[in-house]
Design a protein around this ligand. Structure first.
Ligand SMILES: N[C@@H](CCC(=O)N[C@@H](CS)C(=O)NCC(=O)O)C(=O)O
Length: 252
């Protein structure tokens, strides 16, 4: 199959980051895709960097991930992780048809991405341009709030969504792109905050079931075993700094 018949994903090559929310959907749906930064013939990481600074063909993207549909150029670039996920889900049968359920699904995905930004801001509370070590004091303060309060609030919210819709998926009985978002969010939170995540996990039984069910889906299981699946590390959004993972002391 030629590259023209494939999606092109523009994202950084060495971290799962926000690109992983897109990869999981492409993998689940079995859609051919070129991971541009990891593909020298597609332009490699320079093509991602060029897109970001606006030096490409005029794509209106501030930052990766960016997805370009098959056979299209950068004039058809889609940015913002939640918008990309909604596009893939709604185009390829992984989204509800009812307009209200569709909007609720988008809202669930946007909320997942809100938590991704909050998890990132724990280690970078001052500026993304500064290294972690230059903002560690602020990071420690931010982490206290995140592990004591925010993580529990977020997990309780997703659990309520699952309860309200009857599960097993975020929009009820129908699997959607948002479920893959929640899967990746939970994986990242557990990596970055293993102690806090374990302490809060009793408020999230349905989420843990959802995560296990996503991991068992055949295309996802094969992907997770493959070298295409990048591990978490101390780069990117979810970072395992033990000092930021204090035992939660939830407020009553
Ligand atoms: N809200 C955007 C955020 C995109 C974003 O922050 N991308 C990061 C990588 S995960 C980046 O490269 N940012 C560069 C920058 O903000 O200057 C999304 O969800 O896609």
């Amino acid at each position: 199959m030629g590259a023209d018949a494939a999606y092109h994903l523009y994202y950084w090559p060495t971290i799962p980051g926000r690109g992983e929310f897109v990869r999981l959907l492409l993998e689940e749906l079995g859609l051919p895709y070129v991971d541009v930064a990891r593909s020298p013939e597609a332009g490699g990481v320079a093509a991602v960097a060029a897109l970001r600074v606006g030096a490409g063909d005029g794509a209106p993207a501030f930052a990766p991930p960016v997805l370009v549909p098959p056979g299209r150029g950068l004039e058809a670039a889609i940015s913002q992780t939640a918008a990309i996920a909604a596009y893939l889900g709604e185009t390829h049968g992984l989204a509800p048809a009812d307009p209200i359920a569709r909007a609720q699904c988008r809202a669930a995905m946007l909320t997942v991405m809100d938590v991704v930004a909050e998890a990132h801001d724990v280690h970078h509370p001052v500026a993304t341009a500064l290294v972690y070590e230059a903002q560690q004091a602020e990071a420690l303060r931010r982490a206290r709030w995140f592990v004591d309060e925010r993580l529990g609030q977020r997990l309780r919210f997703f659990e309520r969504l699952l309860d309200a819709g009857g599960g097993p998926w975020l929009v009820g009985a129908q699997l959607s792109y948002a479920d893959f978002g929640l899967f990746q969010l939970l994986a990242g939170l557990e990596f970055a905050f293993p102690r806090a995540f374990a302490s809060w996990s009793d408020v999230a039984p349905r989420q843990l079931e959802l995560r296990a069910a996503v991991a068992e889906r055949p295309n996802i299981a094969a992907y997770l075993r493959s070298s295409r699946r990048l591990p978490f590390s101390r780069q990117g959004i979810f970072r395992d700094y033990p000092e930021l993972d204090g035992e939660p002391t939830p407020q009553a």
